[in-house]
Design a protein around this ligand. Structure first.
Ligand SMILES: [Fe+2]
Ligand SMILES: [Fe+2]
Length: 391
């Protein structure tokens, strides 16, 4: 005789077979094509001397590309700027992925409270493990390069926790950083105990990953199109392997925030308020664009000291005055580099809008990305001119 337990009806994931299948397929493929081992091997065999004389990214993905500095740089300086783009870019990704690991875990706690959510949590566990391999690879390369070029850290930083400002060059101060930390801690606690908020974290993660995808797709192409992949520089290989893993992460964000969310009860007013705050926070984080680095939404005045270090280093060998004049030229005038970064910013806005189209609890200002869209080249230049004056 078989007996069953009669319980009040609750949402279960298995009821929505189509969604469950989608998750399962994504999980199986992500496991099969896991790049952890390849990334670990690549990082372990990296020696800067082996690839210090070549590009690691397509040329337009170079630090300060299309600015006055780029125009006057020699071929060998341009190679360094190309490599420094890699270092700076992935130093930012490390910070984002440290936060991702933490929120994957708190969200898994919130989601595991539902029937049949084991699969979702297993996916998140796999992804967190992959992020640790990504971070290790980025960190190994960045540290080695900066040690060789500068003898100190410029864009990279020692290991840190998930509650620091995610943008490593942000428009911040001690008070803002404290407030941000408090918000992140609150969201962690809330999402661990609330399935809707846990699930909606993936809306924010999806939007952030979209930003990454825009650029990382192009970075990964460098390896894919390389005439001799065996001999391709290891950092280019890492860009490609990372992009492969991330495409699965993006899929899981999409399934969770577009499909799984519909298997849950509709949000309360408080839940949709917190969810919208999260998306608004993302808009605020992505408000700026940078003339120095296309595709990362850094606040350039916070970046001047790092760029100053680069110019004073033996790579450019500038005097204090030359370095400051160059910073003024690069950041306070319109340039091809600035225009390209602005184009990527606009492209990001459009892709975020499409991503949020299907989500019905979002505020109009989030659906239309009105905070991010308010930035412009004249505003950028006005901000820089003011900041340079106080620098
Ligand atoms: Fe990653
Ligand atoms: Fe990821």
């Amino acid at each position: 005789m078989t007996s069953t337990i009669q319980e009040p009806k609750s949402n279960t994931l298995l009821e929505t077979e189509k969604v469950y299948r989608k998750l399962q397929i994504n999980y199986t493929r992500c496991k099969q094509q896991d790049h952890t081992q390849l990334l670990d091997e690549a990082a372990a065999s990296f020696r800067y001397e082996d690839c210090q004389d070549e590009y690691w990214n397509p040329e337009e993905f170079s630090l300060l590309y299309g600015t006055p500095l780029w125009e006057q740089s020699s071929a060998s300086q341009r190679i360094i700027l190309n490599q420094l783009y890699w270092v700076a870019y992935y130093s930012q990704i490390i910070s984002a992925e440290i936060a991702t690991i933490y929120f994957n875990q708190t969200s898994a706690a919130g989601l595991y409270a539902q029937e049949d959510f084991r699969l979702v949590c297993d996916i998140l566990d796999l992804e967190s493990g992959q992020e640790r391999a990504h971070i290790n690879a980025f960190k190994t390369i960045s540290t080695q390069v900066e040690a060789a070029l500068f003898g100190k850290r410029v864009f990279s930083y020692p290991m840190r926790g998930p509650f620091t400002e995610t943008m490593i060059f942000a428009d911040t101060n001690a008070l803002k950083a404290w407030w941000k930390k408090l918000q992140l801690q609150c969201f962690g606690l809330l999402s661990a105990g609330n399935t809707f908020l846990a699930c909606q974290y993936f809306t924010v993660r999806g939007v952030r990953t979209l930003n990454g995808k825009l650029v990382q797709h192009k970075l990964s192409n460098y390896y894919q199109k390389h005439p001799n992949q065996e001999k391709a520089p290891i950092p280019a290989k890492i860009s490609y392997y990372h992009f492969m893993d991330e495409s699965f992460h993006f899929n899981s964000s999409t399934i969770l925030s577009h499909d799984v969310i519909n298997c849950l009860k509709s949000p309360t007013a408080f839940e949709s308020f917190v969810a919208n705050l999260g998306i608004r926070g993302c808009q605020k984080d992505h408000y700026h664009f940078s003339a120095a680095i296309n595709g990362i939404f850094w606040y350039d005045p916070a970046l001047y000291p790092a760029i100053y270090e680069v110019m004073r280093s033996r790579v450019f060998g500038m005097s204090d005055r030359e370095a400051k004049e160059m910073i003024q030229k690069c950041f306070t005038q319109e340039s091809e580099g600035l225009n390209r970064s602005y184009e990527t910013h606009k492209e990001a806005i459009e892709s975020y809008k499409i991503y949020l189209e299907k989500i019905n609890y979002t505020w109009k200002t989030n659906k239309e990305m009105s905070i991010m869209s308010a930035n412009s080249i004249p505003k950028y230049l006005a901000t820089q001119k003011k900041a340079i004056g106080n620098w």
